[in-house]
Design a protein around this ligand. Structure first.
Ligand SMILES: Nc1nc2c(c(=O)[nH]1)N=C([C@H](O)[C@H](O)COP(=O)(O)OP(=O)(O)OP(=O)(O)O)CN2
Length: 193
């Protein structure tokens, strides 16, 4: 069975090299919608694959980190990167270009790691991240599966190469959240949310 939960964030970017002229040359924003799809052949103590409420803890925090930020590709022009960081407190530097394809891969890698680090306490079994869908506009989206997220051909995404500005890190309810994910610390789900 597959379940899905939607999240939202507002974010700005330029996507270098794309065919759409306004997209590659002007800073612009989107109201993104992100769908996390989880699969399991089993149900938990409440006969759910994974309680949606649990997804509104650390998973939501990681997605919210992109809200009202500018996403910058680390291979963009040095001057542009410097200016973005100078004029926007909330920025995210990514090892890949911020197209919706790459956003779906980035979120897959982040959420997949978090899920692997999370101890469940309500009988959840063999819950896997099936895919991540990122809607960039009302009409265009990308969906990443595991083989996309970890594809070397599409560009390796190491967690260490996803860098959040201090303002973003300060906004986590646990300021160490991202460091803990990167260090591979384990998390235990709350019994009630
Ligand atoms: N495959 C992709 N194509 C495009 C991406 C992308 O991430 N992946 N991104 C863009 C731009 O960011 C652009 O702002 C969005 O383009 P588009 O879908 O054409 O946006 P519109 O609002 O003009 O869409 P309509 O619903 O057709 O009005 C470009 N391409």
């Amino acid at each position: 069975m597959i379940i899905r939960k939607m999240f939202k964030f507002e974010n700005a970017h330029i996507v270098r090299g794309c065919s759409t002229q306004k997209c590659r040359s002007s800073l612009h924003g989107h109201s993104y919608k992100v769908e996390l799809l989880f699969e399991s052949n089993f149900l938990d103590n409440a006969q759910m694959v994974y309680d949606f409420g649990l997804m509104k803890q650390n998973m939501k925090e990681l997605i919210d980190a992109f809200d009202h930020g500018v996403s910058i590709w680390s291979s963009d022009k040095v001057e542009y990167i410097k200016d973005m960081k100078k004029h926007s407190q909330r920025w995210i530097e990514l090892p890949v270009s911020p197209s919706c394809e790459q956003f779906s891969r980035v979120f897959f890698v982040m959420i997949d790691r978090l899920l692997q680090l999370t101890n469940t306490v309500n009988g959840e079994r063999e819950v896997k991240l099936h895919s991540v869908i990122v809607h960039e506009t009302a009409t265009g989206y990308a969906q990443a599966f595991s083989y996309d997220a970890y594809s070397k051909d599409m560009g390796v995404i190491e967690l260490d190469s996803i860098v959040f500005s201090q303002a973003v890190l300060d906004d986590f309810s646990d300021r160490e959240l991202w460091e803990r994910v990167k260090r591979g610390e384990s998390f235990t789900n709350p019994t009630t949310v």
